[in-house]
Design a protein around this ligand. Structure first.
Ligand code: ADP
Length: 188
């Protein structure tokens, strides 16, 4: 049973690493960004409401995200574990996640914070070339990260928070993550 929460700035490689670990631990990789992009491309009501926020690098309103995550976490495949990527992205979402997990009678194992310097983040995002990876939108996403998501690190600071250096080659990050996750720890 693996239940991990991935934190880190945009461009830190959360998505890539979360996907690798999810395949290795055989649990679903639940990425709010991927779920939202799928909703946008399918033109669902959620997608229609979320698109403008995403294009501008702003957070999609909490209620939309929380409804989406409640639905995702109650699907059958999530009963045996998950890796969360992109959620929670502010303190109210972190508080709501605690409530959701309590109601599902689930506990996360640990929170991984993928530390990466800003200049590396910008380079990686520019190279990726996603629709919201234009330079002004990237700058805004980093600002939103500092203002709203960085406080989530403090929220988890005494609750199995593990820092991992994201500024290493891809394979080295994966090894660091596996080592950190498998180290003895208390159940949160
Ligand atoms: P990145 O980490 O590179 O910024 P994501 O794919 O995680 O990319 O997110 C892309 C966009 O989706 C965000 O800029 C934001 O608009 C929206 N988004 C993703 N997750 C959340 C969330 N938990 N709360 C609010 N908005 C979100």
């Amino acid at each position: 049973m693996t239940r991990l929460i991935f934190l880190g700035p945009p461009g830190a490689g959360k998505g890539t690493q979360a996907q690798i670990l999810a395949a290795s631990f055989e649990v679903p990789h639940i990425s709010t960004g991927d779920l939202l992009r799928a909703a946008v491309s399918q033109g669902t009501p959620l997608g229609q409401q979320a698109q403008a926020y995403m294009d501008q690098g702003e957070l999609v309103p909490d209620q939309l995200i929380l409804d989406m995550m409640k639905e995702r976490l109650t699907q059958a495949d999530a009963a045996s574990g998950w890796i969360l990527d992109g959620f929670p992205r502010n303190v109210p979402q972190a508080i709501a996640l605690d409530q959701m997990l309590a109601s599902l009678n689930q506990h996360y194992d640990c929170v991984v914070n993928l530390d990466t310097p800003d200049d590396v983040l910008v380079q990686r995002m520019l190279a990726r070339g996603r629709k919201d990876d234009a330079e002004d939108v990237i700058r805004r996403r980093l600002e939103v990260y500092r203002e709203q998501t960085a406080p989530v690190i403090d929220f988890y600071s005494d609750r199995n928070l593990i820092p991992v250096n994201g500024n290493q080659p891809l394979d080295a990050v994966t090894s660091s993550l596996k080592q950190a996750i498998q180290a003895p720890k208390q159940i949160a």
